[in-house]
Design a protein around this ligand. Structure first.
Ligand code: FES
Length: 159
């Protein structure tokens, strides 16, 4: 669904991004996880570990651990709040739309499916930071592949 209201992004480091960076949601270990992916941004060495419990083609729960810049940590924190309880199809759709937004798609930047993630739309203007914003989604894509038995790397992924 397209929300035609004014894009919420006012500055790169707006309050919501800083709030998720300082108070990350769903941070920690997920004891009953069914899949785990370790993803590192090779350009800076920052990394995250994403853990999901997938049940009946649904993300029943997910958590992450990691160190990184405010963009990467806020992005993955927002991602977890949006995807908890959602179907894998929904997760693919959110991931696709977020990636489109990071590549400058203005319709994606107004898509209400992305929720608070739309506050990261301004990152698209800073090419070196796009990888930061996509780090959590790269981990998500690998986790969903791994859960389908398509994963190339047994324990760790790197992009
Ligand atoms: Fe490393 Fe952003 S600078 S993930």
């Amino acid at each position: 669904m397209i929300d035609r209201s004014t894009p919420p992004m006012k500055s790169l480091y707006q309050q919501l991004i800083l709030d998720h960076y300082r108070n990350p949601r769903n941070r920690g270990e997920l004891d009953d996880r069914t899949v785990e992916i370790h993803m590192r941004n090779p350009t800076c060495g920052d990394e995250i570990k994403l853990q999901l419990r997938i049940e009946d083609d649904r993300i029943a729960d997910l958590k992450f651990l990691g160190d990184g810049c405010s963009i990467s940590q806020a992005s993955v924190s927002m991602m977890t709040t949006i995807l908890k309880g959602r179907s894998l199809d929904d997760a693919h759709q959110v991931s696709r739309r977020f990636t489109e937004m990071m590549h400058g798609d203005e319709d994606a930047a107004r898509d209400s499916e992305l929720g608070n993630l739309r506050t990261l739309a301004g990152v698209a203007k800073f090419p070196v930071r796009i990888k930061c914003a996509l780090l959590g989604f790269d981990a998500l894509q690998e986790a969903m592949k791994k859960s389908r038995g398509e994963h190339d790397h047994p324990t760790e992924s790197e992009r």
